[in-house]
Design a protein around this ligand. Structure first.
Ligand code: GDP
Ligand code: MG
Length: 593
């Protein structure tokens, strides 16, 4: 055990985590990249080797250090987005230290702070690495000072590196060996191994990645997953180099994969503890939590006959992602579809994109919403669809987040205004360097879904960075805003808004809908209502002529083109009553000025 080091790389996006990981793999001879950086840890299905789908989220490297000894270095990858912060925390829990990569031209950003705090929470030995020193704008001294001032991490021995040019690679590996402590643990104690990743392989079933804390695991052993109480027999054990290699045992302190004939990925929860059926551990490892979706939307096929296809595609995606949720839902406006739940906005985008790209589905999605807590006569319960809010209730509570923003001073005025508009409660305002400010707000998640990130980026010319975490439910003065089209309420367009903003939002939504709904052969009236009270109204004048009338019948290609264009446009239209409504309309409620 004293020659093992378990570590991860943490960074703000684009600061060079993947490039550095590739460098470390190359330097230690794990792979030959032939000069081109392949982003090995990022590829989902790296390739098929000996029939195993590889997800290189933990790589075992061999490194011969300057002290003459050979060390085993386990590099555990962490997901790079705030939506997956629980997964990040589990990966960090499996390591004793981390490399904190900071871009020498950008300095400390919001995710640098969030990730560094997570690593500090896990008592990590943190090695600062200042990357991209090859760039002319690099200012390592300034970045060192930021690391000390903002994070309170000693940066006097920060390593200056260029992952691109391979500068500092050896120094980084030496620091990993010298500074990060070896794992502790008792190989004689009952087995306790933490699951930090899992995926589904068509031939082998679920493959889980674990860090063994106590005990030894061997093929043939009966294991129990403590959170789900499911039992399996270990068929194969191995390590990723990054290519899979079978081994005879994994002992306390080690990292590797287990194949145990597991069929269902939802049995293998991230953060759960694997123990032995014979002489099981008394207590699971700390920190396990059931992950819950935070953001919901309805997904409907444009063509009703694609419903079954959508269902089977969702099932296939779920095989590999147990953090995403779906159940059948019917909408009066959109027909049969699914209510889907995601960890966050990015997670939602990823799933939607995969459904469209990989499964070739054409979908209508409703505006994302959070899960509200309703308190009424029936008690307390959560709803994930605005159309399900009861008429009478005692109060509504909504999820609140702690939002941390780092912004250059010149843009701070605009950002403060934005946060205030979004019902943010300021908790901190501090200079982290001469010209950059850290803002901390408590803000409803609902307000973040409404275009917050895009606004933050555009108001700061791209310079602001942000991170957020869930802090709890709080009561708010919320109302349901319904949209009626030619007198018919469209359930899929209902949104929940704060009472103070209801009039303004109602007006903005109907105006926006007026621009995205194409003219029809009759007048279209768009109204917004709270309960039975109409608070905004717009109308779309009827079309005067048939579009084809313009083509005189002479120009056949032009006519064809027009018809095709119409068909294209129809692809994402839904017929509601007599009115055709494009996909854009369902999301337009989010994108209002
Ligand atoms: P990640 O998001 O942290 O994984 O960042 P990547 O490793 O994907 O790097 C982001 C971008 O920065 C890519 O275009 C890299 O080629 C580039 N990059 C990474 N390291 C360096 C470096 O040391 N110097 C320079 N000039 N560019 C780098
Ligand atoms: Mg990356």
């Amino acid at each position: 055990m004293k020659r093992i080091r378990n570590f991860s790389i943490i960074a703000h996006i684009d600061h060079g985590k993947s490039t550095l990981a590739d460098r470390l793999l190359e330097f230690t001879g794990a792979v030959n990249l032939g000069g081109k950086m392949g982003q090995i840890l990022d590829s989902m299905d790296l390739e098929k080797e000996r029939g195993i789908t590889i997800k290189a989220h933990a790589v075992r490297l061999k490194y011969k250090a300057e002290d003459g000894n050979e060390y085993i270095l386990n590099l555990i990858d962490t997901p790079g987005h705030v939506d997956f912060s629980y997964e990040v925390s589990r990966s960090l829990a499996c390591c004793e230290g981390s490399l904190l990569v900071v871009d020498a031209t950008q300095g400390v950003e919001a995710q640098t702070v969030a990730n560094a705090y997570l690593a500090i929470d896990h008592n990590h030995e943190i090695i600062p690495v200042i990357n991209k020193i090859d760039l002319p704008q690099a200012d390592p001294e300034r970045v060192k000072k930021q690391i000390e001032d903002i994070l309170g991490i000693d940066s006097s021995e920060a390593i200056l590196a260029s992952a691109k040019e391979g500068i500092g690679t050896k120094e980084i590996l030496e620091a990993v060996v010298k500074k990060i402590p070896p794992p502790k643990g008792d190989p004689q104690a009952p087995l306790r191994a933490m699951i930090f990743d899992s995926w589904f392989d068509n031939y082998l079933g679920v493959i889980i990645l674990v860090r063994v804390f106590d005990g030894i695991i061997k093929p043939g052993m009966k294991i129990r997953l403590m959170a789900t109480q499911k039992e399996y027999e270990v068929q194969r054990l191995g390590i990723l180099t990054p290519f899979p290699k079978d081994i005879e045992q994994l002992s306390a302190g080690e990292v590797g994969f287990i194949i145990a004939g597991i069929k269902n990925i939802s049995d293998t929860k991230i953060g759960d503890t694997v123990t032995a059926v014979e002489s099981p551990a008394q207590q699971p490892l700390p920190g396990f939590r059931e992950v819950k979706p935070m953001v919901f939307c309805g997904l409907y096929p444009v063509e009703t006959n694609q419903y079954e296809e959508l269902k089977s595609s969702l099932e296939k995606l779920r095989l590999n992602d147990s953090s995403f949720f779906f159940e059948p839902e019917t909408s009066a406006a959109l027909g049969f579809g699914f209510r889907c739940g995601f960890l966050g906005l990015l997670h939602m985008e990823i799933i939607k994109e995969r459904l469209e790209r990989e499964f070739n589905l054409s979908l209508i999605s409703t505006a994302p919403t959070v899960r509200y807590k309703i308190v009424d006569k029936k008690g307390e319960y959560l709803i994930d669809n605005p159309s399900k809010i009861p008429k009478i209730y005692e109060r509504i509570e909504e999820p609140f987040m702690k939002v941390s923003i780092i912004v250059p001073e010149e843009f701070v005025g605009e950002i403060l205004k934005l946060c205030q508009e979004r019902r943010g409660i300021q908790k901190e305002f501090s200079f982290i360097s001469k010209d950059r400010i850290l803002l901390v707000y408590e803000m409803p998640l609902n307000e973040i879904l409404w275009d917050f990130y895009d606004k933050l980026k555009s108001l700061s010319k791209g310079y602001a960075s942000m991170d957020y975490e869930f802090i709890g439910y709080r009561a708010s003065d919320l109302v349901k805003l319904d949209i009626l089209i030619n007198g018919e309420q469209v359930d899929a367009l209902s949104v929940i808004v704060h009472k103070d903003k209801a009039y303004y939002k109602a007006r903005a939504i109907v105006q926006k809908l007026r621009t995205v709904i194409p003219r029809q052969l009759f007048e279209v009236v768009i109204q917004a209502a709270i309960g039975s009270k109409i608070i905004a109204r717009e109308s779309i004048a009827p079309l005067k002529k048939n579009v084809l009338a313009k083509c005189y019948g002479g120009d056949v290609t032009r006519k064809k083109k027009l018809l095709e264009k119409q068909k294209e446009g129809k692809k994402r239209m839904k017929q509601i009553g007599r009115v055709e409504i494009p996909q854009e309309a369902f999301l337009s409620v989010l994108k209002i000025e």
